[in-house]
Design a protein around this ligand. Structure first.
Ligand SMILES: [Zn+2]
Length: 462
C-alpha cells in the first residue's frame, strides 16, 4: 500500500511537471514564435534565399523598393535608389534593426501562429508595406551626399502629418549586392548598419544657436535693442572665443544670420547653465523623440559645472553638446507649427502600425511657447533672406540655420543645415549633416537644396 502511494505520488508529480512544461512551451510559442521565425538564420525567410516569401515594400508613390520574385528578394532597379533607401528598407540579412524589413518582418513574411510559415502559398497573407519616403527625393539627397564620400544623414519630414519624405544615411552599401565584410575591409564599412538619421548624434555647432536664441528671447527683455561689436576673437573666461571673421557691429537678428560666435557665447554666459538647460530640456534636446515606436538617439546639453569658457562654447553648439538629425528636423517643424511638435512616421499604412501596437500621432509635445516660435521663425527667415539668399531653394520660402561643428584638432568639422519651408503646399522640415566635411553651407546646403527642390516639385509647390 505504501509503495502504491509512493508510485501514485511520483506519477502525479511527473504528470504535473509535464503539463507545466507544455504550458510553458505553448506560452513561449504564442509570445515568442514570430520573433524566432524571423531570425535571419531561419532559412525559410532569411539566409541565402533572403526574405524569400515576403511581401513588397513601396515608396509613397507606389515605386517598388523591395519585392520577392521567384523566391528571390529583388530591390529597386536603380542602384542609386537602392543605396538611398537602404536604411529605410533594410537588407536580406536584417542587419539594420530600424529598417522596415527588420521591424515588420512578421507582417511581410505572413507568419501565422497555427501554421508558422507552412501555410499554403495561396492562403498566406503576406503583407505589402507602403513607406512614407519618396524615392525620388531620397535619390536627389543621396546623389549629392554620396558624392562627398563622407558619413552623414539627410532627413526631410512633413511637419503637419509627421510623414518622413526623405531619409538617407551614408555610408551604406547596395542591398542587392551586399558586401562581405572582412577584417581587411571593415574600416571601409564602419557604421554602415547604423541609420544615422535615427540612431546617431553629433556635435551641432551653430545650429544650436536656435536653442540659445530661444533662451535669450524668453529671458533677456531688451534683446532686440542690444548691439555687439565683434573683432573676430574675444576672451571669455580666460580663453578666446573665435569667429570665422570680424563681424563688426551686429544686432541680435544679424548675429544669428551671420552666425557670430562671440554674441551667442556672451548670451550663454549671461543666461547661465540653468536657463540654458531649461530651454534645451523644453525643446527636447535632452530627451529622445520616437518614430514608429523607435526611440531616436538623444541629444545632450548640460553645462552644469562647466567653466565660464566652456559655458560660452556650449552656447554656440560646442563643448559637449550633441543632437540627432531627425530630432533637429522635429524641432524645426515645431518652430513652423507655433511650438507644437509632430512625431515622425515612416509607415504610410497606419493600420499596420496599429497591428504591432504602435499608436501613431502620440507623443507630440509643446517644445516652445508660440511667441518664441514666432520670433525664431522670423529670425530664421531673416537668416535665409539676408544671408544665404532666397534663390537657394528654387523659390520656396525657407527658414534655416547652418552649422559648422568642430569635432577635434586634426579633423574637418561636421557641416550642418537645418530648417523648414513655410509654403502651405510644402510643409517640410529638414536636417542634414555631413561628417568631417567643412562649412555647413558648402556641404550640407547642396544636399538639402537638391532634396527640397525635388520634394517641392513633387508636391507642386514650385
Ligand atoms: Zn563674430
Amino acid at each position: 500500500m505504501k509503495r502504491m502511494l509512493r508510485r501514485s505520488t511520483m506519477t502525479l508529480m511527473i504528470t504535473l511537471a509535464f503539463i507545466g512544461g507544455m504550458c510553458y512551451f505553448v506560452f513561449k510559442l504564442v509570445t515568442g514564435a514570430s520573433d524566432w521565425v524571423d531570425q535571419p538564420y531561419n532559412a525559410h525567410i532569411g539566409g541565402s534565399g533572403g526574405l524569400a516569401q515576403a511581401g513588397a515594400i513601396y515608396d509613397c508613390n507606389g515605386v517598388v523598393l523591395a519585392q520577392t520574385v521567384d523566391g528571390e528578394r529583388v530591390y529597386n532597379e536603380s542602384e542609386s535608389v537602392r543605396r538611398a533607401t537602404l536604411h529605410a528598407v533594410g537588407d536580406n540579412s536584417l542587419n539594420i534593426s530600424t529598417a522596415a524589413q527588420s521591424m515588420y518582418r512578421s507582417q511581410l513574411s505572413g507568419y501565422n501562429l497555427l501554421l508558422g510559415l507552412n501555410m499554403p502559398e495561396s492562403l498566406r497573407t503576406t503583407n505589402d508595406i507602403t513607406l512614407t519616403i519618396d524615392s525620388t527625393v531620397c535619390k536627389a539627397a543621396y546623389d549629392v551626399l554620396a558624392s562627398y564620400d563622407k558619413k552623414g544623414a539627410c532627413v526631410i519630414y512633413n511637419y503637419k502629418t509627421g510623414e518622413v519624405v526623405c531619409s538617407v544615411s551614408t555610408k551604406g552599401y547596395d542591398p542587392q549586392n551586399p558586401p562581405e565584410i572582412t577584417e581587411e575591409n571593415e574600416s571601409e564599412y564602419d557604421g554602415v548598419y547604423l541609420d544615422n538619421v535615427r540612431s546617431s548624434s553629433y556635435a551641432p555647432g551653430s545650429i544650436f544657436k536656435i536653442v540659445t536664441a530661444a533662451a535669450a528671447i524668453e529671458n533677456i527683455p531688451d534683446i532686440y535693442e542690444r548691439s555687439w561689436t565683434c573683432y573676430g576673437s574675444h576672451e571669455i573666461g580666460g580663453s578666446d572665443i573665435t569667429c570665422v571673421e570680424a563681424h563688426g557691429t551686429v544686432d541680435f537678428k544679424y548675429a544669428m544670420a551671420c552666425s557670430c560666435n562671440y554674441v551667442f557665447a556672451e548670451l550663454a554666459t549671461e543666461l547661465g547653465p540653468e536657463i540654458m538647460k531649461q530651454t534645451a530640456d523644453k525643446m527636447g534636446i535632452n530627451s529622445s523623440f520616437e518614430a514608429d515606436g523607435v526611440k531616436l538617439a538623444k541629444g545632450h546639453y548640460n553645462a552644469d559645472g562647466a567653466t565660464e569658457n566652456q559655458l560660452a562654447w556650449s552656447g554656440v553648439g560646442q563643448y559637449d553638446d550633441r543632437v540627432n538629425p531627425l530630432q533637429m528636423a522635429i524641432i524645426c517643424g515645431a518652430i513652423a507649427n507655433s511650438g507644437e511638435s509632430v512625431n515622425p512616421t515612416f509607415i504610410k499604412d497606419k493600420s499596420l502600425l496599429a497591428s504591432v501596437g504602435i499608436k501613431f500621432g502620440t507623443g507630440g509635445q509643446t517644445l516652445l511657447n508660440s511667441d518664441t516660435a514666432a520670433a525664431l521663425d522670423e529670425i530664421m527667415r531673416y537668416t535665409v533672406s539676408s544671408y544665404y539668399g532666397d534663390n537657394l531653394f528654387g523659390g520656396l520660402t525657407v527658414c534655416a540655420k547652418t552649422g559648422t561643428a568642430e569635432v577635434g584638432e586634426d579633423k574637418a568639422p561636421n557641416g550642418w543645415m537645418v530648417g523648414y519651408a513655410k509654403d502651405e503646399k510644402c510643409p517640410l522640415a529638414f536636417a542634414c549633416v555631413v561628417e568631417e566635411s567643412g562649412f555647413g553651407f558648402t556641404y550640407a546646403g547642396p544636399v538639402v537644396e537638391a532634396a527640397m527642390i525635388q520634394a517641392a516639385k513633387n508636391l507642386g509647390a514650385i
